[in-house]
Design a protein around this ligand. Structure first.
Ligand SMILES: Nc1ncnc2c1ncn2[C@@H]1O[C@H](COP(=O)(O)OP(=O)(O)OP(=O)(O)O)[C@@H](O)[C@H]1O
Ligand SMILES: [Mg+2]
Length: 366
């Protein structure tokens, strides 16, 4: 290799999003090319088999076991970069929307927020990483009453702030996994923020995101790109597998395969997947109504993400239950990929929403 080619050696323009879920790890590698995000590779590896359980079931593995799985995944997916962003599970974070006194001076504002945050965080502030976002006030209001109260609020010298806290222990755990797998992370981000970047199109209107994972379903109402309300429902796609397994006297592995083949109605007599979803949906509806009552605004649509979001005919069923616009997320639509891959990417997309969102943020660093 000549000196010149060394001198102009192409810098690494690839980045990686790493989503550490409870049932599986996902990675998405993107490259920046002419201002576009080109999909280079992606992959998923179930954690269950590494911890004595099955594919599709939530696990509670040690950092070492997760590191080993991640190394295998990086190899299998032929990942070529070490530069990444990593997700923080919603369950390990605290998100609270609060109204606080407004201060013109940014430094004073910071002090007010930090002092007030102590009231909302159940552990000493020194044990957490604290972050916040000021919610923008201007918006096309759907309820004029709300508009005037918001105006009054800003004139009345208060602001709405989203407080975000993550325990230091959780960050150390993630850092050890990342280092163990030979990666370098420039940021750790709570999964919902990655998801919003990847799937919420119009951040101005209130949208409900439903991330259907293995053991839990996370629901968020997103407004102005900010999480106005968040809630975890303790039921997820693994409950469907278990129900099919019990009612059909089948192994978990067989039930898992059947669930994927047949979708929400197909397994019919077996386990009745609709029943699990109707339980999840009725709790989600309460979250939605709580938002609508307190914020006096309607949620205009629902977006599904997570592996459970891949369930066949889920969208159709959800449309019947909630009579608003329902969409199954297509995060890969934000990336450039060969046309022949489009259909597959669209199908599996919901599962990769977090990893795509992380990679998109990481791309901005280039
Ligand atoms: N095609 C499919 N049809 C139905 N369910 C599916 C399909 N693909 C995956 N799942 C289910 O999705 C679940 C995993 O979803 P996901 O990968 O989003 O979870 P996770 O990120 O590991 O969990 P969490 O985010 O709650 O920690 C599993 O229970 C799996 O069985
Ligand atoms: Mg997940």
């Amino acid at each position: 290799m000549s000196f010149l080619s060394n001198l102009f050696k192409k810098e690494d323009k690839s980045v990686l999003g790493v989503d550490i879920g409870s049932s599986s790890l996902k990675v998405v590698q993107l490259r920046k090319e002419g201002g576009k995000a080109v999909l280079e590779t992606y992959g998923e590896l179930a954690l269950g088999p590494y911890g004595g359980s099955e594919v599709g079931q939530a696990t509670n593995l040690s950092a070492e076991q997760i590191t080993e799985t991640l190394k295998d995944l990086l190899r299998e997916a032929k990942v070529t970069t070490t530069n990444c962003g990593v997700s923080i599970p919603f369950a390990r974070s605290l998100l609270t929307l609060v109204r606080l006194p407004y201060r013109k001076d940014p430094k004073e504002q910071r002090t007010v927020i930090e002092l007030e945050a102590r009231k909302y965080i159940p552990v000493p502030v020194s044990e957490v990483q604290l972050d916040w976002f000021v919610v923008p006030e201007a918006e096309p209001a759907q309820f004029s009453e709300e508009e005037s109260s918001r105006d009054a609020a800003s004139k009345g010298e208060t602001i709405e702030v989203l407080l975000v806290a993550v325990h230091n222990d959780e960050l150390s755990l993630l850092q050890s996994i990342v280092a163990g797998a030979g990666l370098t992370a420039s940021f750790y981000e709570i999964e919902i923020f990655s998801t919003i970047r990847a799937v919420v199109e119009d951040p101005v209107k209130p949208v409900m995101v439903m991330d259907v994972g293995a053991a839990s379903t996370k629901t968020y109402v997103v407004e102005h790109g900010v999480v106005a309300l968040s809630h975890a429902i303790s039921a997820g796609s693994q409950d469907i597998t278990r129900a099919i397994s019990v009612s059909g006297n089948l192994s978990i592995a067989r039930a898992e395969a059947l669930k994927k083949e047949e979708g929400i109605r197909g397994a019919g007599a077996l386990g009745n997947p609709e029943l699990v979803f109707s339980r999840i949906f009725s709790e989600a509806r309460r979250v939605l109504m709580q938002y609508e009552t307190t914020h006096k605004k309607s949620v205009t649509s629902i977006v599904f993400t997570g592996g459970g979001g891949v369930t066949k005919e889920l969208g159709t069923y959800a449309k019947e239950v909630f009579s608003i616009d329902v969409r199954v997320a297509d995060p890969f639509a934000k990336t450039e990929a060969p046309a022949f891959m489009r259909q597959v990417l669209e199908e599996i997309g919901p599962e990769f929403a977090v990893a795509v969102g992380l990679a998109l943020r990481k791309l901005r660093e280039i």
